[in-house]
Design a protein around this ligand. Structure first.
Ligand SMILES: *[C@@H]1O[C@H](CO)[C@@H](O)[C@H](O)[C@H]1NC(C)=O
Ligand SMILES: *[C@@H]1O[C@H](CO)[C@@H](O)[C@H](O)[C@H]1NC(C)=O
Length: 324
């Protein structure tokens, strides 16, 4: 036989009142509040074997799934043992108190080591040039918020607006300067040219555009600006190797034939058959390996019919009836 006094259940107790059990008899035990068995249950069973009680009863401290605040976990366990780790991730635009978007908490004897809480990310209120006018003025700036600038006096040097990102404000803030320098003519770029006529001098804030030659693709901003004597970054023209496939067919229309290959920047012109009218642009261009949108040729008949209908309506309105 096995006896209840043969074994001590740490943090648990026998649930039946019998004292001795015959060979192969099973009994059950319960764990104290806040403890579970190896398998996460509040109660377990042990059997009296030749060698004594088996298996060893066990009641261990556990942690429940905690409450998540603006965060989620991929772990779907319902309970955790001491020293188990639980990873969590903050919702997009949120971070935990350590400014991280991910975190990990540990189940300890006293409960979870921390709360899986995340807070909306913010940008600090910037310390600015007093000549700068900022809008909107707020107590808090969140990720995605825009700040716009102008100058009380002088000229703005730098961007007209910045945005709050998770890493802070970008780009950097402008300044207001009393005197700003003008720029020398902008540089030429390889395989591209400046739009419009070139001047001898450009004043602060002036913008110049660039275009690339056919077969070349513009990389970077297509405009540069004169900022206090310096031009912003120049674009570059890189060769576009992708060519376009066959010229698409236009219903009731025809194309002025040209031979492939069709390179980036090439365009072809369409005309509609005699009794058709074109809707859309009469030419399409090959842009990075794809043709732009095809126009449409619609029957003029549609228009004639509409005009007739208008006349009939007018006649009905005037005479109360119509014969045709
Ligand atoms: C928990 O996750 C495991 C592995 O990711 C998966 O096999 C199991 O079906 C999930 N259980 C529930 C209840 O979602
Ligand atoms: C959940 O957490 C436990 C304890 O840290 C770990 O053993 C288990 O692998 C985790 N499960 C998943 C699906 O990540």
């Amino acid at each position: 036989t096995c006896s209840v006094s043969d074994i001590e259940i740490e943090n648990g107790f026998f649930s039946e009142s019998d004292f001795t059990y015959a060979l192969n008899r099973e009994t059950s035990y319960r764990c104290k509040q806040g403890y579970v068995t190896n398998t996460g249950e509040t109660s377990g069973s042990i059997t009296c074997l030749q060698s004594g009680w088996s298996p060893q009863p066990s009641c261990i401290k556990f942690c429940d799934m905690p409450v998540f605040e603006n965060s989620v976990t991929k772990n779907n366990s319902t309970w955790f043992k001491i020293n188990d780790k639980l990873d969590y991730e903050c919702f997009i635009g949120y971070e935990n108190e350590y400014k991280h978007t991910k975190g990990s908490i540990t189940c300890t004897y006293y409960g979870w080591s921390d709360t899986p809480s995340c807070y909306e990310r913010e940008c600090s209120i910037p310390i600015l040039d007093p000549k700068l006018v900022v809008s909107p003025r707020k107590e808090k700036y969140r990720v995605g918020d825009l700040l716009e600038f102008s100058c009380h006096s002088g000229h703005r040097v730098g961007p007209d607006s910045v945005q709050c990102y998770h890493f802070g404000w970008s780009p950097s803030f402008p300044k207001c300067k009393g005197q700003v320098a003008s720029c020398a003519p902008p540089l030429e770029i390889l395989n591209g040219e400046i739009k419009g006529t070139k001047k001898v001098e450009y004043s602060h804030g002036e913008v110049v555009g660039y275009v690339c030659k056919p077969r070349f693709l513009l990389k970077g901003p297509n405009k540069i600006q004169c900022v206090d004597g310096k031009w912003t970054t120049l674009p570059v023209c890189v060769e576009e190797e992708r060519t376009c496939g066959d010229i698409p067919e236009l219903e009731h229309g025809s194309v002025k034939l040209s031979d492939p290959p069709y390179y980036h920047g090439d365009s072809v012109e369409f005309t509609c058959a005699e009794t058709f009218t074109m809707i859309g642009r009469g030419s399409i261009s090959c842009i990075s390996g794809k043709w732009t949108q095809l126009p449409k040729c619609v029957g003029k008949y549609v228009c004639i019919k509409w005009i007739l209908y208008e006349r009939i309506l007018k006649a009905v309105r005037e005479k109360g009836q119509v014969t045709y």
